[in-house]
Ligand binder design. Structure first.
Ligand SMILES: [Zn+2]
Length: 221
C-alpha cells in the first residue's frame, strides 16, 4: 500500500495500490495478478474506442487460467465449470474493430466463453461476462475463484481428527480425508484399535503431516 491518496495501483512481482477512496478494489484486482497469476479480462488496452490495434488476439494460448483462445468445450481450461447446456462460445463480438457492446445474454453469471479478453476485442475469451479482473467492484468470476482456491488450499492447515478407539482402517480413512498421513505403530493386527494419537485431536498442523497412531488389541473400552 502506497502512502498516498492519489488513485492508482499495479500488479507485477509486488502488487501495489494507494490510499485513495476505492483503491482497495484496485488492491484486490492486483492481488489477482500478483498472488494468483490471473490475466486481465478486459477487451481493450488503452480503453474501448481508443485502441486501434486490438482487433484480434494473436494465435497463441495465454498461460493464465482465466483467459483463452480455445473454443473447444472438451479442452477448455475451465471446462469443469461449464454446463452442457451453455453454448460455446457463449457470446461473439460482431465487430472486431470495437469492444463488444452487447449486454450479458443471461442467465446472469453463467460460466461459458465470452469473446473479448486479454486486451483484444476478438479471438480471446473470458469465463463469465463480468469479473474483478475485468472491472472493479465485481466479484471474481468462477474460473478466477477456482484458481484462487487451488493456490490457497495447500496453505490451509489441517485439523487432526479424533481417531482414538477406532479400528485402523476407519482411523486411516479419517486421517487421509483430513489431508494427513496415518502411521500406525505398536500392535497392528486386524483386531487392533487406536489407543493414542500424536498430534492429538483438534490440533491444527500443516497439510500432509503425519499422525502417529499407537495401536492396541483387546476390547475397546
Ligand atoms: Zn475472472
Amino acid at each position: 500500500m502506497v502512502n498516498s491518496t492519489v488513485y492508482g495501483g499495479a500488479g507485477g512481482a509486488v502488487g501495489t495500490y494507494s490510499l485513495a477512496a476505492g483503491a482497495n478494489e484496485i488492491g484486490l484486482h492486483e492481488l489477482g495478478h500478483t498472488a494468483f497469476g490471473l490475466a486481465d479480462e478486459y477487451e481493450s488496452f488503452l480503453g474501448c474506442g481508443i485502441d486501434t490495434d486490438r482487433n484480434v488476439h494473436p494465435a497463441a494460448e495465454p498461460a493464465e487460467p482465466n483467459v483463452t483462445i480455445n473454443t473447444d468445450r472438451q479442452t477448455l481450461k475451465w471446462r469443469n465449470l461449464v454446463a452442457a447446456s451453455t453454448p460455446i462460445p457463449t457470446t461473439r463480438n460482431a465487430d472486431c474493430t470495437q469492444c463488444d457492446a452487447q449486454p450479458e445474454p443471461g442467465p446472469t453469471g453463467r460460466v461459458g466463453l465470452y469473446e473479448g479478453a486479454h486486451y483484444f476485442h476478438c479471438g480471446a475469451f473470458r469465463p463469465q461476462f463480468d469479473c474483478r479482473m475485468r472491472a472493479l467492484g465485481r466479484p471474481f468470476c468462477a474460473a478466477c475463484q477456482q484458481r484462487i482456491r487451488s493456490v490457497l488450499t495447500p496453505h490451509i492447515p489441517a485439523t487432526v481428527p479424533d481417531v482414538r478407539e477406532l479400528r485402523a482402517q476407519q482411523a486411516g480413512n479419517l486421517i487421509r480425508a483430513a489431508h494427513l498421513v496415518p502411521r500406525f505403530v505398536g500392535q497392528t493386527s486386524s483386531a487392533g484399535w487406536v489407543y493414542s494419537q500424536r498430534p492429538r485431536a483438534g490440533t491444527a498442523v500443516a497439510r500432509d503431516s503425519t499422525v502417529t497412531c499407537q495401536m492396541r488389541t483387546g476390547p475397546i473400552p
